[in-house]
Design a protein around this ligand. Sequence first.
Ligand SMILES: N[C@@H](CCC(=O)N[C@@H](CS)C(=O)NCC(=O)O)C(=O)O
Length: 229
Amino acid sequence: MLEYKLYYWDLPFRGNFIQLFLEEVGAGYKRCDATDIYPGRSLSIRNPGMAPPYLYECKSKTYFAQMPAILMHLGREYDYLPKRAEPHTLALKVILDCNDVLMEITNYNGMVMWEKSNWEEFRYSRLPDWMAIFEKTGLEHGLNGDRGFLLGSTISVADIATAALFGTMIHAFPALESDLQENAPCIASLCRRVEARPAIQRFLAEQRAALGNGYCGGQIEASLRKMLG
Ligand SMILES: N[C@@H](CCC(=O)N[C@@H](CS)C(=O)NCC(=O)O)C(=O)O
């Protein structure tokens, strides 16, 4: 049964946060091209949003935009949010952190292309700090090298988001795998475990066969590839 339509580009970048989640919970969904809504219809849909991803929920006949809002909505629908107030708030904080990292790695949505000097500042200063933030969050909630989740003993939307962020990033740019391993070894292991969950593994195998190591597309992806040689 069709429960959701996800409008996004044929790229993993922000869309995979939602797609990994929909795969994990076995929701009936289809991915539609972002151009079905964006930019022409963006303002005329119910709950308009500025840019893809958009999630259409069939049962409520409504749309949701903004990746973090979409994931929080799905997390609530499928009981993938911690119950206690602190980890519940942290789940949102983790998703917002992920979105900040996406913004930073694309140099603010490709506003300016990367140059060696600012790329190295990002790669060897900001990115390791981000990785360490995720690692410390996990360690504070019982994550270790081969078990546990980011916010406790059960999987939550924060684990899906973390794998969508760093798993996708190191698949697209294998040179960054050692950065993650060095700065956040438990997060590296968490990403591997989330990516090995059966439905997610099936989906990623298909997606990666089709898209190779495509990431965010456009000139900014080319600029990232130039930096990573
Ligand atoms: N804050 C938004 C960002 C949306 C966004 O930047 N979407 C990109 C693709 S990942 C896009 O197509 N942007 C076109 C635009 O901003 O006009 C979210 O988290 O969903």
